[in-house]
Ligand binder design. Structure first.
Ligand SMILES: Nc1nc(=O)c2c([nH]1)NC[C@@H]1CN(c3ccc(C(=O)N[C@@H](CCC(=O)O)C(=O)O)cc3)C=[N+]21
Length: 283
């Protein structure tokens, strides 16, 4: 059996079209949804990513401004700028691109963003809202993974989901989202003994480690859904995920590719969150 592909490019296109429609409706009410992206330093990858985010936004009718600051920007100045953006009623979403230069305390910076504008979903208040099921913003990557499961009509109730990775921005929120949909959830990590024993039981595996070949065919139950959050490069410099795609696709029922899987969905969910922030502000 060869797994069916969950096409993140195609799904993100649908989501962006929906965002564009809702954005038009807001604009007709005189409200222009707006995202402020803050980039500190000149890391080339971050420059590419933030440019993508601006283009995605503009294409869907959202307004996005990219503010670039020198790498030696003081924390005091960055926090002051965030407070200004918090207070600006024309700005609905604030995204501070990560990683930040080392002299800046990333948690302090994120906690300074007003939770109502935290479209990345990284603020502790957003994390708390996810834990308790209250309205807030969900981190874009796991949120996008949930949309991928939804797109194939997958009912998580009673299913066993295994998340590999426990980061604050992917693994932990992913587990909570799966739990909210009534899956039985296991979180595996670097301290897990016998990872394969867990993944072989799983109906759904989400690989979010940041290392190649974390999940190979022998670790997957036939027919399982495999979601690959990884973003790595192989020895030829080609973008690849955490999953041995060629092997696992022969065993799994569904699989997400890299590129063209979770990445485009992450970007789409940022647009959804920004629009949602503007809709909430509009009442
Ligand atoms: N505050 C903050 N929020 C973020 O969401 C954030 C961040 N900082 N820092 C960096 C990471 C990385 N990230 C990506 C999202 C989508 C793709 C993406 O669309 N990838 C394409 C491939 C792009 C390529 O070819 O390089 C794909 O998988 O198909 C990549 C990377 C968001 N991040």
């Amino acid at each position: 059996m060869t797994a069916q592909l969950i096409d993140g490019n195609a799904l993100s296109k649908k989501i962006r079209a929906d965002v564009a429609g809702r954005t038009q409706a807001l604009r007709a009410r005189g409200i222009q949804p707006a995202l402020a992206i803050v980039l500190v330093g000149s890391d080339p990858a971050s420059q590419v990513y933030t440019r993508h985010k601006v283009n995605d936004s503009t294409e869907t009718g959202l307004q996005a401004t990219l503010e670039t600051y020198p790498a030696d920007l003081s924390e005091e100045k960055l926090l002051a700028r965030i407070r200004e953006l918090n207070a600006d009623p024309a700005v609905h979403g604030i995204l501070v691109q990560l990683p930040l230069p080392k002299h800046l305390n990333a948690s302090k910076v994120i906690e300074t963003i007003a939770p109502a504008k935290d479209v990345d979903g990284f603020h502790v208040a957003s994390a708390g809202a996810l834990v308790t099921g209250q309205p807030g913003f969900w981190p874009c990557t796991p949120y996008g993974c949930m949309k991928m499961l939804e797109s194939i009509g997958y009912d998580l109730r009673g299913k066993h989901a295994v998340v590999i990775g426990r980061s604050n921005i992917v693994g932990k929120p992913m587990a909570l989202m799966l739990l909210q949909k009534n899956a039985t959830v296991t979180i595996c990590h670097s301290g897990t003994t016998d990872l394969k024993a867990h993944t072989r039981q799983a109906d759904v595996v989400v690989a979010a480690v940041g290392k190649r070949n974390v999940l190979t065919a022998d670790m997957v139950k036939p027919g399982a859904v495999v979601i690959d959050v990884g973003m790595n490069r192989d020895e030829a410099g080609k973008l690849c995920g955490d999953v041995d795609f060629a092997g696992v696709r022969e065993v799994a029922g569904w699989i997400t590719p890299v590129p063209g899987g979770v990445g485009p969905m992450t970007r789409a969910m940022l647009l959804v969150n920004t629009l949602e922030a503007a809709e909430r502000a509009a009442g």
